[in-house]
Design a protein. Structure first.
Ligand SMILES: [Mg+2]
Length: 126
């Protein structure tokens, strides 16, 4: 199967302060990355797809590739250019919390780890 995987708020927590995404301060969610890596190891195609820069026009390719490699992400391709949106309606889409729902305890711990960021809008677990 081909898995299209979002990056920010899906495999990492990325602060949003003063109206800007702070990609350089993103904190990886190791348990989620391990889950995606498991799919890769099972032979599935993993494509990370991000909207980084789609709104601002800035090129985040170098930082994004460095982060994925530093975080130990296994993937076949990383694509930028995903459109900015607020709601994604798709018959094949999973909400991240639904997809990773068997890892709720770790999810809560990860939220705790990033609570130090001021003005960071915390996503809530189910
Ligand atoms: Mg995202």
């Amino acid at each position: 199967m081909i898995y299209m995987v979002d990056i920010d708020q899906t495999i990492c927590r990325t602060p949003f302060t003063d109206g800007q995404h702070r990609y350089g301060l993103a904190v990886p969610l190791k348990h989620r990355i391990e889950e995606i890596n498991r799919l890769y190891d099972q032979g599935h195609t993993i494509i990370y797809w991000t909207a980084r820069g789609s709104g601002s026009g800035l090129n985040w390719t170098a930082l994004t590739n460095k982060q994925l490699n530093d975080w130990g992400c296994k993937f076949h391709e990383v694509r930028l250019g995903k459109p900015s949106y607020d709601v994604w309606i798709d018959d094949k889409a999973f909400n991240d919390k639904e997809f990773f729902k068997n890892q709720d305890i770790e999810y809560l711990y990860d939220d705790y780890l990033v609570n130090g960021y001021k003005n960071y809008e915390q996503p809530r677990p189910n």
